[in-house]
Write a protein that binds this ligand. Structure first.
Ligand code: SAM
Length: 195
C-alpha cells in the first residue's frame, strides 16, 4: 500500500460531508461523533491507523463490517479494487450509499444485515475490516479471509477492546497480534452482542 496516497486521500476527504448538519461544526475534531441510531463515525486518526494496519493493495477485495457513515468505506474503496460493505441499520446504509454514490465510487457493493457472519457469497476476501466491537473473533470472518490475507478487528467487552490484527498464512495458519486498546460501539449479531 502506498502510504503517501492514503494520507493524501485521507486529508482530502471532508469529514463534515459524512455527518448530519448538527455535527458538521465538530467534524474537524479528532474524535468519534454521533451519526444517529446510537452509532458513531470513528475517530479519524484511528481510521487512518486501522487502514495502515489492514494495508489494502490496489487489487484487494475488501470486506468491511459496519458501514456507518461511509467515511472508512470511501478510504478503503480508494485504496483497493472492490469493497463489500455490510451494515445492520438500513437507514445508515441508505445515507452512506447516497454519499458514496455522489463521490462516484463504482467499486462498492452494499448489504444490509448481520455482518458478524460475513458475506459468504463473495468470499474469500484479501482484507477484512471490522469497525464495531466483536464479542469473540468470528469464525465465519476467519474462514472468509483468503490465505495471505489480513483482518483488523476490535474484540472485547463494551467500553474497552483489543484491536487485533489477524493474518492468515499461505498454508492457512492464523496469527493474532493485539495492537492496542480501543473503544468501539458493539458489533451486534451472531458473533457480537445481543440485539
Ligand atoms: N466505519 C464507520 C464510519 O467511518 O462511519 C463507523 C462504524 S460505527 C463505529 C460501527 C457500525 O457497525 C455501526 O454503524 C453499526 O450499526 C454497525 N454494526 C454493528 N453491528 C453490526 C453487524 N452485526 N453487522 C453490520 N454492521 C454492524
Amino acid at each position: 500500500m502506498d502510504h503517501r496516497e492514503l494520507e493524501a486521500y485521507f486529508h482530502s476527504l471532508d469529514r463534515s460531508f459524512f455527518v448530519d448538519n448538527d455535527m458538521k461544526e465538530y467534524a474537524s475534531l479528532d474524535m468519534p461523533l454521533p451519526i444517529g441510531y446510537g452509532q458513531t463515525i470513528s475517530q479519524p486518526s484511528l481510521v487512518l491507523e486501522m487502514t495502515k494496519l489492514l494495508a489494502p493493495e490496489k487489487n484487494s477485495r475488501v470486506l468491511e463490517i459496519g458501514t456507518g457513515s461511509g467515511f472508512q468505506t470511501a478510504i478503503l474503496a480508494k485504496m483497493s479494487a472492490e469493497v463489500y460493505t455490510v451494515e445492520r441499520i438500513e437507514k445508515l446504509m441508505e445515507k452512506a450509499k447516497k454519499r458514496l454514490d455522489s463521490l462516484n465510487f463504482s467499486n462498492i457493493y452494499y448489504k444490509v444485515g448481520d455482518g458478524s457472519i460475513g458475506w459468504q457469497e463473495y468470499a474469500p476476501y484479501d482484507r477484512i475490516m471490522v469497525t464495531a466491537a466483536a464479542r469473540i473473533l468470528p469464525d465465519n470472518l476467519v474462514s472468509q479471509l483468503k490465505a495471505g490475507g489480513r483482518m483488523v478487528i476490535p474484540v472485547g467487552p463494551p467500553h474497552l477492546q483489543e484491536l487485533r490484527l489477524v493474518t492468515k498464512t499461505d498454508n492457512g495458519d492464523i496469527h493474532i497480534k493485539t495492537v492496542e486498546m480501543v473503544r468501539f460501539v458493539e458489533l451486534k449479531g451472531k458473533y457480537g452482542w445481543t440485539e
